[in-house]
Structures are given as structure tokens and as C-alpha cells.
Design a binder for this molecule. Structure first.
Ligand code: IMP
Ligand code: MG
Length: 193
């Protein structure tokens, strides 16, 4: 039997609350693009950064951000996740590691969300260990937490409340990466699969 439940997916969304609509999400992407363009879209800038999208959550962010960047860049992806598609953070698992071409480069890491920061701290350290010259982290969303995080994002699209969110690439149990806005899932709906 296949392990997906369309009814469950719809119910999760029925109970959810839209915290940023599609227009606000688009505006946040423009904000990230502006900041990157301000740094790299300058005559004489020879950075030619390598942009790395963190699959799978960054896929929508990456797809909408890249066409707004006005400087020469290279794109590649890495795939790392915490705890598969569960809603609780866990061990960081690499599925596609960075290629050796990161050495000596300015790297822009694009990810969907900075939560506890374990994932991006791990990614940044690995890139630096592989000889990256500089690692700039740009996230679509930064979750406001009370505790400090092991890594900071250099560029943030939206600061969001400490809730589990879906949409714009982010999923709950594999569902709803396709939503154009950001929705907070009700806490009670996260307790059981
Ligand atoms: P961190 O290591 O706690 O920062 O977790 C970051 C990763 O967990 C993100 O790249 C997401 O894949 C996932 N994640 C964290 N919070 C959420 C959320 O609210 N919704 C969906 N995915 C999340
Ligand atoms: Mg992720």
C-alpha cells in the first residue's frame, strides 16, 4: 500500500492558517534578490558566485529568485535534510554532497527555512572544509526562536513566528510544497502521522 493519504493532506490544510499570502511571499523574494544584487551586480565585481540550492525545500525559492539576479553566477544543488520528512528536527543526512568545484569560490547557499540552524551550520562547515572562500547564506524564512542558533543567515526573506509552516517549497509529511503562500499547521495536527 502506498504511504500517502490525500484526505489527510486536505485536512491538514483546512485546519491551517495562512500567515503570509502569495503577494507577501513574492515581495520577500524581491527583497532577497535586491540584497544579492546590491552586493554582486556592480561593475568590476568578478565574484562569479556559485549558488547552491538546498534540495528539496529550496526548490521554489530558487526557481523564483534566480531569474531576479542580475550578475553572472553558476548554479548547482546539494541535498541535505534532517530526519526525512518528519516535523521534528533530527540528524542531518546528506543525500547529494557539494561538488569539489566549491573550492576557492564565493558560495551563496539558498534554503527554504532556518529553524534551529543545525542543517545550515552543517552545510556551511562542510563548504568551508572543502575550501570555499566565503559562504553567504540566504534563506526564504527565518523562524524566530528564543534560543540562539549555531549559524546566522546573511540574508532573510521573511522572519516568521515559531510555528510549523508549509508552502513555497516547505512540506509537512511530504504535502503542500506547492502552495504559493505560507501556512501554519495546527499544533494538534503535528502530533500523529
Ligand atoms: P534546522 O536544522 O532546524 O534549521 O532545520 C532546517 C530544515 O528543516 C529546513 O531546511 C526544512 O527542510 C525543515 N524545516 C524546519 N522548519 C520547518 C517548517 O516549519 N516547515 C517545513 N520544514 C521545516
Ligand atoms: Mg531543508
Amino acid at each position: 500500500m502506498q504511504d500517502f493519504h490525500v484526505d489527510r493532506a486536505r485536512k491538514l490544510l483546512q485546519n491551517a492558517e495562512e500567515i503570509f499570502d502569495a503577494a507577501e511571499v513574492q515581495q520577500a523574494v524581491v527583497g532577497v534578490a535586491d540584497k544579492l544584487n546590491a552586493r554582486f551586480d556592480k561593475p568590476g565585481d568578478e565574484s562569479f558566485p556559485l549558488v547552491l540550492g538546498v534540495m528539496g525545500g529550496a526548490v521554489v525559492f530558487v526557481g523564483q529568485l534566480l531569474p531576479q539576479l542580475r550578475f553572472p553566477l553558476e548554479f548547482d544543488y546539494i541535498h541535505v535534510s534532517r530526519y526525512g520528512d518528519d516535523d521534528q528536527g533530527g540528524r542531518v543526512v546528506w543525500k547529494v554532497i557539494p561538488r569539489p568545484n566549491v573550492a576557492g569560490r564565493t558560495i551563496i547557499v539558498l534554503d527554504d527555512i532556518l529553524d534551529e540552524g543545525e542543517t545550515l551550520a552543517h552545510v556551511k562547515q562542510r563548504l568551508l572544509d572543502m575550501g570555499a572562500a566565503e559562504v553567504i547564506i540566504a534563506v526564504f524564512a527565518d523562524k524566530a526562536l528564543k534560543q540562539s542558533k549555531p549559524v546566522k543567515a546573511d540574508i532573510v526573506g521573511l522572519t516568521i513566528p515559531n510555528k510549523f509552516v508549509v508552502g513555497f517549497g516547505m512540506d509537512v509529511y511530504g504535502y503542500w510544497r506547492n502552495l504559493p503562500g505560507l501556512w501554519a499547521i495546527r499544533q494538534e495536527d503535528l502530533k500523529q502521522k
